[in-house]
Design a protein around this ligand. Sequence first.
Ligand code: CTP
Ligand code: MG
Length: 192
Amino acid sequence: MQYDPLFIQVVLYLGTALWLGLPAWFANGMPLIFGGGTPIDLGKNFRDGKRILGDGKTIRGFIAGLLSGIIVTYIQTLFIPQTLDLIQEYTILTPNVYEIINTNLLRGCLLSLGALFGDLLGSFIKRRRGMKRGEMFLGMDQLGFIIFAILFALPVIQPDVIFVLILLGISFIAHILANVISYLIGIKNEPH
Ligand code: CTP
Ligand code: MG
């Protein structure tokens, strides 16, 4: 079957960006399902008298996020050969796409830790600004995790700017959709 070359490029770019961001998305999303219990800041306040991070950032959530990011990366590594073959069947495999697809556990760790760090930093800033747990901080909530995931992984993977931009775009939209769905099915108290 013959596909339109433009269509193939769109799928390739979206798919490559998604492949790159997948561990960060799992690290950011799984705490919502598996989190809870002891907060990372142990209930302590910062010197401004407000919570350091708040009750929304828990130790169990952090560990669940890190483990799920690593597990997803492991599953990705099993599919590297097939994915490379699939791309080459339809289009030319460029060096940067090859590097992105050819992932490994170290990269998965860095992406997951970066995503979790970005999320914690977001909460830290929110608390300093006097925002309650769960209050939305537009931009930070949707993009902080993915920006830090990419930054943490930069020593091992340097994606072309186009993939970073696509990843930011789909992360922003997916974060909003995932939260609305989580709210509708009752696992989240606020729709954001
Ligand atoms: N969560 C967790 N541990 C983490 C991150 C998240 O347990 N390290 C869980 C918490 O139950 C949290 C939910 O996932 O309420 C949603 O995460 P998020 O939206 O990031 O937290 P908020 O509750 O909105 O808190 P904040 O205002 O600090 O962002
Ligand atoms: Mg929130």
